[in-house]
Design a protein around this ligand. Structure first.
Ligand SMILES: [Zn+2]
Ligand SMILES: [Zn+2]
Length: 169
């Protein structure tokens, strides 16, 4: 949304508290759908000549899918914003955004901050059993019997055994 920063522009050096919301388009991150909802910012804006500095916390709910079982996952995310809104933002500085008139757009700055806080992968729970690679069953919902007998053939367990033996030498 557009946030009115005219107070800060009129009174450089003075900090004004603010609250704002933001709308972030659904996106795809590393092949996973990511959707931010209830995006809220709160913090301070400070005028600095022809620029406004924004120091804020942004909170949002983020919806994606579990990396193991592909079921929907919803998490709460918090990120810090320290951005400069300038008449002529430096395109090489990721913390600078455009100041147009006496308004700033909160959507971009909120999205950039939240993306930096995304977990490497989403998990529905720490104990997610995932999908069986053999039969495709979601093992959180129903057990399957594919594991039996196959586990010892796993090339990774053979490899980790080799590595362990190496270390002991
Ligand atoms: Zn899962
Ligand atoms: Zn199975």
């Amino acid at each position: 949304m557009l946030l009115d920063v005219s107070r800060a522009c009129r009174d450089p050096g003075q900090s004004y508290p603010f609250k704002a919301e933001a709308d972030i388009e659904p996106m795809t991150v590393l092949d996973d759908p990511v959707r931010f909802t209830n995006v809220r910012l709160s913090g301070q804006m400070t005028g600095a000549g022809e620029a406004v500095r924004l120091s804020a916390t942004v909170e949002a709910d983020v919806e994606s899918r579990c990396a193991l079982c592909l079921e929907p996952v919803k998490q709460h995310l918090t990120a810090e914003i320290d951005a400069l809104f300038a008449r002529e933002p430096d395109p090489d500085d990721p913390d600078q955004f455009p100041l147009e008139g006496y308004r700033i757009e909160t959507n971009d700055v909120a999205r950039e901050a939240l993306l930096l806080e995304l977990p490497m992968r989403f998990l529905c729970s720490d104990s997610c059993k995932g999908i069986c690679p053999t039969c495709g069953t979601n093992r959180n919902i129903a057990p399957c019997t594919c594991q039996e007998g196959g586990e010892r053939q796993n090339p990774f367990s053979a490899l980790s055994k080799l590595l362990t033996e190496d270390e002991e030498v």
